[in-house]
Design a binder for this molecule. Structure first.
Ligand code: NAD
Length: 335
């Protein structure tokens, strides 16, 4: 489907679910962005979930989002159960403003919901020549090291830096793969990679449904579990949001709003070494890229390069939408 036609359709669906024109456009653009970078786990496959939660009054389509100024650098946002795309979009703009004024911005967001990919927000700060960290917590998926039961989310860590060329954006779950990839595999009856999840009996599984009922494995064992915990503290405890396994699963748990927390930290890279930062950053990347290549590698890529090239490759192409999702979209448009 042509991108502009798809965009209008998504906007129409969100408007029918009572989002404002502006908020519908924000959501449509992020969902299309996910499709363009081939992050299918965070694109159109989630549209029905967002709409279901709006219908059940667990996402507020007309939120009264309040930004509290703590200092020139620090802001605290109450998202009023907004769809995560909108509150995070407002949050990152505020974090950019704060860093431009003082050199550093810190924005905590509470009462939010799933915001998609952290890189959506990191890219905006990097475009304004800022270094950025983005954190969000997510529903239980990982067992803390030594525990039997899932409690931490796949809690992503995202770090972005302007390079003068393609931005450096490391955006990774603290689990071996993000949960959306498992949900997507389940929806389309595909297997998941070996070694990323256990079933409820603690055995490695490649069956997506069994993985969803079991636990996902963290990156680097106890270190990944520790990083997931760190993100839960930063986005959950610090911002006044759900934490300690209380974040509700947007697909399965309709007992209340998710109360997800996000935290954005923006830094003006000029603060310590002035304009030299850009030059040093260029040198830094060159040193790594010029290393002798390991067997099977023609080049060394930095985080963000692959997604950037996918975006460019797909930008002018039609977006392929599976029949199942087209049917969901028709039903969502038919209310
Ligand atoms: N909103 C939420 O609740 C939530 C929760 C978890 C994850 N997510 C999102 O899911 C995505 C992460 O998914 P994932 O963990 O399956 O990660 P992934 O495997 O898709 O990528 C992880 C990182 O590794 C980098 N990378 C990939 N291949 C590389 C290579 N060959 N060389 C160098 N770097 C490379 C990528 O640029 C990326 O920064 C993120 O965008 C994250 O924000 C969202």
């Amino acid at each position: 489907m042509k991108k502009n036609i798809l965009r209008s359709k998504i906007i129409e669906i969100f408007k029918k679910h009572k989002l404002s024109e502006n908020h519908s456009k924000i959501c449509a653009d992020y969902l299309i962005k996910a499709e363009l970078i081939e992050a299918k786990s965070h694109g159109l496959t989630r549209l029905k979930m967002y709409c279901d939660r709006i219908k059940k009054k667990l996402i507020n389509p007309k939120p009264n989002i309040k930004i509290k100024r703590i200092s020139s650098s620090i802001s605290h946002i109450n998202a009023d159960n907004s769809i995560g795309f909108v509150s995070a979009d407002i949050g990152i703009s505020q974090a950019i403003k704060n860093a431009k004024k003082t050199g550093i911005g810190l924005v905590g967001i509470k009462n939010s919901s799933h915001f998609g990919l952290s890189s959506f927000y990191a890219e905006q700060a990097v475009k304004k020549n800022l270094i950025v960290f983005c954190f969000t917590n997510a529903p239980p998926a990982l067992a803390p090291h030594g525990a039997k039961k899932s409690l931490f989310g796949t809690n992503p860590i995202c770090f972005g830096v302007p390079t003068g060329k393609v931005p450096f954006i490391l955006d990774t779950s603290t689990s071996k793969i993000n949960r959306g990839k498992i949900r997507h595999a389940h929806k389309f009856k595909k297997k998941i990679p070996f070694g990323v999840a256990l079933d409820k009996y603690g055995k490695i599984t490649t069956n997506a449904k069994n993985a969803l009922h079991g636990t996902q494995l963290p990156i680097a064992e106890f270190k990944g579990s520790g990083l997931a915990w760190m993100v839960d503290i930063l986005s959950g405890v610090l911002t006044g949001s759900s934490h300690g396994g209380k974040t509700k699963d947007p697909f399965d748990d309709f007992t209340g709003p998710q109360n997800v927390g996000h935290l954005f930290i923006t830094i003006d890279p000029k603060i310590f070494i002035g304009q030299k930062f850009k030059m040093e950053m260029k040198k830094n990347i060159e040193i790594v890229k010029n290393l002798p290549k390991a067997k099977g590698f023609n080049s060394i890529m930095y985080p963000g390069e692959r997604k950037n090239s996918l975006y460019k490759k797909n930008f002018n192409k039609d977006i392929t939408i599976p029949k199942k999702i087209l049917q969901e979209m028709d039903a969502l448009n038919d209310i």
